[in-house]
Design a protein around this ligand. Structure first.
Ligand code: TYC
Length: 101
């Protein structure tokens, strides 16, 4: 009776690519009330009141501030949701996304 000897296969090394990450950036404007910006940051990005205030103030003083970093889909949908919340309330509040280096 013949015996079949199976050589162990070379283990395939799975190549796991890291997903590209995107920053959500808050832009300053002259019209949106500070409290409204803080409310949107807390609601959409789940920040604490302190984090939201710090991000709002940084954007206010420097013109823009990175809010958070996500995968592309999440970054784009959160930026859109937050910008839309401003638009509905009649403010020019704007969030953009930018690919991380
Ligand atoms: N600059 C606005 C004001 O003085 C407040 C504000 C802060 C608006 C940050 C947008 O991203 C922003 N009322």
């Amino acid at each position: 009776m013949s015996e079949t000897v199976t050589k162990p296969k070379a283990r395939a090394k799975p190549k796991v690519e890291r997903p590209k990450l995107y920053k959500v950036i808050l832009l300053n404007d002259d019209y949106t009330p500070r409290d409204f910006v803080v409310t949107v940051l807390k609601a959409v990005f789940r920040t604490t009141a302190e984090q939201a205030y710090r991000v709002m103030l940084t954007a206010h003083q420097l013109g823009a501030c990175v809010v958070a970093v996500y995968t592309k889909d999440v970054a784009e949908s959160k930026a859109e949701e937050a910008t839309e919340a401003g638009r509905i309330a009649g403010y020019p509040l704007t969030f953009t996304t930018e690919r991380e280096e």
